[in-house]
Design a protein around this ligand. Sequence first.
Ligand code: TLP
Length: 348
Amino acid sequence: MRIDLRSDTVTQPTPAMRTAMARARVGDDVFGEDPTVRELEELGAAMIGKEAALFVASGTMGNQVAVMTHASRGDEVIVEAEAHIYYYEVGALAVLAGVQARPVVGERGYIPPERISAAIRPESINFPRTALLCLENTHNRAGGAVITPRQMRAMAEVAHARGIPVHLDGARIFNAAVALGVTAAELAAPADSVMFCLSKGLCAPVGSLLAGSREFIARARKCRKMLGGGMRQAGILAAAGIVALREMVERLAEDHAKARRLAEGLAAIRGIAIDPAGVETNIVLFSVAPLGVGSEDFLARLAARGVLGTSFGEDTVRFVTHHDVDASQIDLALRAVAEVVRELGKKR
Ligand code: TLP
């Protein structure tokens, strides 16, 4: 038995994707001649409500290309203190974009506007220029927390009022949209650029899109090329992305239902600390602190029973539900957790 709850990135491409990939018409995308990439970029731009989009190799590449396009070396970029772009991208803000991050602590991914306002640098010979505000929806380290359109607008407004553009890391923007019952375009409207992933809950094998104005995307295209992201006959990959956007968005609600089942099951196990009400999408965070073990130790015992998760801190574990685990496997995973808890109880 192997139940992989490490991430929605582990999803396999669907049979429809493999068929589309095999049949894709392709060309050299650096010459702008791949019709399937162009179709994906147009579809993605329309669905996210922006003028244009750019197919990139990964969410990380999309985020970093965005920062490089918005900001210059030595600029400062405001990020939520646990945002992926800052926490999980190997220091790329510093290394690739050459910017300095200004982390601001948020509440479940939402940064109260007055905290954003306070972090914006006034003009001074001593200060870097605040060049960009980065937001994340859903917020990964906040446990897939959803940020509403009203909150998105409130955060973007303070930046825009000071002439600062806004980038949205919308790796799981469709999870947020489905959970809220709004369109992804509505959520992305306050942002000047948005990155969203095809390779997470939407099950495409590879790729993300960066969207924005036509002028922004033209400049971003050069940054992508600089990073080695000009992918030639990328239509093979884009074909799966088109299926992801056309067929896989609405079903994200099923992943959310499975996460809820998982959260409620975990809440019923003594020794697991979780607030099921905090589970809004497909990410489930819980603490094993009451068991007196660290998350790595807990995960190793769980892996020995075929259930995989990731460590999200000393005693925090993350499970992510997705297309390739069904409700019965969620129940099996819960049984394995209960067994590990029993085993640890005996040890003490
Ligand atoms: N996140 C991965 C890990 O890196 C943690 C995961 O398993 O959740 N933005 C957000 C909000 C993300 O969660 C991720 C991936 C990315 C960007 C980067 O996407 P990739 O992995 O395609 O570079």
